[in-house]
Design a protein around this ligand. Structure first.
Ligand code: SF4
Length: 127
């Protein structure tokens, strides 16, 4: 069933929001789980079109997988496996450059990102 347009949509077109895929309830986290947000999936969903992104899975990491974290390096933060110490930085940078260019082409109105994530988090991510 088609939804009613939200306020302002008729004048400005659909509202396109990039979102961390785990917030939609998809099992993409390192532990095989999700971080479903009722606000994202129930409150806001009728009014927007989501473009889901999971950097870790889209760059080729499996689910479940080793957790990763940001570690201070000489030339800036590095993305490393918590247990193995494997450095995922180069792969993530390659993926991000390509994916960000694609997202830029979609002219998104905003993003909803999982806080604290070494891959999705924007502010106050632990290093
Ligand atoms: S990389 Fe982002 S979308 Fe994927 S599981 Fe982690 S926080 Fe969620």
């Amino acid at each position: 069933m088609a939804r009613e347009p939200c306020p302002g949509e008729a004048a400005h077109g659909e509202i396109r929001i990039g979102v961390s895929r785990c917030l939609l309830g998809e099992n993409v986290r390192y532990d095989g789980g999700h971080k479903r947000s009722a606000f994202v999936t129930e409150t806001l969903a009728p009014f927007v079109r989501y473009i889901a992104v999971c950097p870790e899975v889209e760059m080729g990491m499996s689910t479940p997988r080793e957790p990763i974290r940001l570690v201070r390096g000489e030339d800036g933060p590095r993305l490393r496996g918590v247990n193995s110490g494997k450095d995922y930085s180069a792969g993530m940078r390659r993926f991000a450059a390509k994916r960000v260019a694609e997202l830029r082409g979609l002219d998104l109105h905003g993003y909803i990102l999982k806080k604290g994530s070494p891959s999705c988090g924007l502010f106050r991510v632990r290093v």
